[in-house]
Design a protein around this ligand. Structure first.
Ligand code: FDM
Ligand code: MG
Length: 219
C-alpha cells in the first residue's frame, strides 16, 4: 500500500517557555524536560535567555554582574534585542519540527524591567512580534520556601526586595488577556521528580495545542 506520509509535512515543533522566580528550579526542570521530550521522540533544543554568548549577550552579562551600569531603558531594549537576534532561528527550528524549550523569555523581560518602575506597556512594546510560546510553565515558589533554599548569588536583581516586586509583576502579567490560555502554574515547592511531573502535565497541554495550531506571535 502506498504511503502518503512522505508527502505530509512533518509536524511543527513546540515552543515551550519556562518562567518563574529565581531559585524555583527552572534550569533543572528545563534539563529534565529536554530529556523527557527526547525520550518521547521529539527533536528538541534548549534556548536560554538571556543568551550571554552573543555580542549583545556580553553586554547583558557585564550589566548583570555589575561590571557596567546601563540605563534602565537601554538594558531593557538590549534584553529584547537579544531575543530578536535569535527569533529567526527559533522560527526556523519550529518549522523544521524541532521543539524549543526557552529557559526564561519575554515575560522575565517585562516583569524585571517593570519591577524597576518602567511602564508595563512600554516594556511589552519591543516584544510584540516575537514567536509566541504554545505554553508557558510558571514555576511558582512561595516566599517561605524560597527563603529556605538559601542565599542569593552575586548578580544584580538577586535581592529580596526586587524578587518580591518581580513576583507581584508576574502575578499581574499572568492576567494579561493577550497571553490568555498560555500560562500553566506549577507549585515548585516539592521534590524535583514531583515538580517534573507537574511540569510535564502543563507541557502536554502545549503539545496538544501545537498539534492543531500554527505558531503565533506575541501581541
Ligand atoms: N532578566 C532576564 C531580565 O531582566 N530581562 C530579561 O529579558 C531576561 C531574559 O536577568 F535576574 C533577568 C532575570 C535574571 C537575570 O537571568 C539573569 P538568569 O536566568 O539568572 O541567567
Ligand atoms: Mg540567576
Amino acid at each position: 500500500m502506498a504511503s502518503t506520509e512522505t508527502a505530509t509535512a512533518p509536524p511543527r515543533g513546540i515552543l515551550i517557555a519556562i518562567e518563574g522566580l529565581d531559585r524555583a528550579g527552572k534550569s533543572t526542570q528545563c534539563a529534565l524536560l529536554v530529556e523527557r521530550l527526547q525520550q518521547s521522540g521529539h527533536k528538541v533544543r534548549l534556548q536560554k535567555f538571556p543568551d550571554r554568548t552573543t555580542t549583545i549577550g556580553t553586554l547583558i552579562n557585564s550589566y548583570l554582574t555589575s561590571a557596567t551600569d546601563i540605563d534602565d531603558h537601554t538594558i531593557h531594549l538590549l534584553f529584547s534585542a537579544n531575543r530578536w537576534e535569535l527569533a529567526h532561528s527559533i522560527r526556523t527550528d519550529i518549522a523544521a519540527g524541532v521543539t524549543v524549550v526557552l529557559d526564561r523569555y519575554m515575560y522575565s523581560g517585562v516583569v524585571f524591567s517593570a519591577a524597576k518602575g518602567l511602564d508595563y506597556e512600554y516594556c511589552r512594546g519591543p516584544e510584540v512580534g516575537l514567536p509566541r510560546p504554545d505554553v508557558i510553565v510558571f514555576m511558582d515558589l512561595d516566599e517561605g520556601e524560597a527563603a529556605k533554599r538559601g542565599g542569593f548569588g552575586e548578580e544584580r536583581y538577586e535581592v529580596p526586595e526586587v524578587q518580591r516586586r518581580v513576583r507581584e509583576m508576574f502575578r499581574m502579567m499572568r492576567g494579561d488577556e493577550r497571553d490568555a490560555g498560555d500560562w500553566g502554574v506549577v507549585d515548585a515547592g516539592a521534590e524535583v521528580g514531583v515538580v517534573a511531573e507537574r511540569v510535564w502535565g502543563v507541557v502536554e497541554r502545549g503539545v496538544e495545542f501545537a498539534r492543531g495550531n500554527e505558531l503565533r506571535s506575541i501581541q
